[in-house]
Design a protein around this ligand. Structure first.
Ligand code: ZN
Ligand code: ZN
Length: 267
């Protein structure tokens, strides 16, 4: 059962006001209520501590001690922020002067990245392609707008795992780093590669149809891949099948991937 509780909030530069929220609401819900669609550009603080999107709202706020909402947008002047472009802009013009909220990178340190906003969502995916891509029971990723994300050292190598997405990894040490649906303005970053990985707590599990029985996470709501934004029926997988193949069969997969990569280069 959730009840309504009063919360004192100051949006930086404005007067403190009291809003009523559900006692179970998280920080994202409060930001959405106050700021609408623009909420992704804001960070919430309480007693000088950053509150992450999934955290519940502290019940002991007061007029003297309100939640403080500050704008964090890096506001890069471009319609489509490609991560590599963001990196080069940082180097060239120092557009981004604020400190990142999260940083991370691969095992060897050749590739580093930064997030300038808290992730929009943190998800576990059990689908067969994510299992294969990380060589583990599932992938866990934080999803963030490319506007608030930059590769800050090096750029990952990429593999087109299907007709709609590429996966980024370090070519030196092999750490899986990212998943990105082509032309989408968000990127998914593996939470194990974050410097402060313990702070990233998944809110949902998807790809449940391929979930290994022992790897089901009981606390998270499960969803099938059919509920994905792009369901499996709309995707051509370039993943090797789960059985032995002849060299000729394998070459057909390999050729599809090469065509895809060629297409990406010429986009
Ligand atoms: Zn590396
Ligand atoms: Zn998946």
């Amino acid at each position: 059962m959730s009840s309504m509780i009063p919360v004192s909030v100051e949006i930086e530069g404005n007067e403190t006001e009291v809003v009523k929220i559900h006692s179970t609401a998280d920080i994202t819900a409060v930001k959405e209520q106050l700021l609408g669609k623009d909420h992704l550009n804001y960070q919430v603080y309480y007693n000088d501590q950053i509150l992450n999107s999934h955290e519940t709202v502290p019940a002991d706020t007061s007029y003297r001690d309100p939640l403080l909402i500050r704008r964090t947008s890096i506001d890069l002047p471009m319609p489509v922020a490609k991560p590599d472009l963001v990196s080069s802009l940082i180097e060239e013009s120092n557009v981004i002067t604020q400190n990142p909220i999260f940083t991370g990178g691969c095992q060897c340190g050749k590739i580093r990245y930064a997030l300038y906003s808290t992730p929009e969502r943190i998800t576990v995916c059990h689908c067969r392609m994510c299992q294969k891509a990380v060589g583990g029971p599932f992938i866990a990723v934080a999803i963030i707008s490319t506007k608030h994300f930059a590769w800050t050292r090096g750029n990952p190598s990429t593999f087109a795992s299907s007709s709609v997405a590429t996966r980024g990894f370090c070519s030196n040490c092999g750490t899986p780093l990212s998943y990105q649906i082509r032309q989408k303005l968000s990127i998914e970053i593996t939470i194990g590669s974050f410097d402060r990985a313990p702070e990233l707590i998944p809110q949902e599990q998807i790809g449940i149809e391929s979930c290994l029985k022992w790897a089901l996470l009981n606390k998270l709501p499960p969803k099938s891949s059919d509920a994905n934004e792009i369901p499996p029926s709309k995707i051509i997988s370039y993943q090797h099948p789960d059985h032995e193949t002849s060299e000729a069969e394998w070459l057909t997969f390999n050729t599809k991937q090469k065509d895809e990569i060629q297409e990406l280069i010429t986009l």
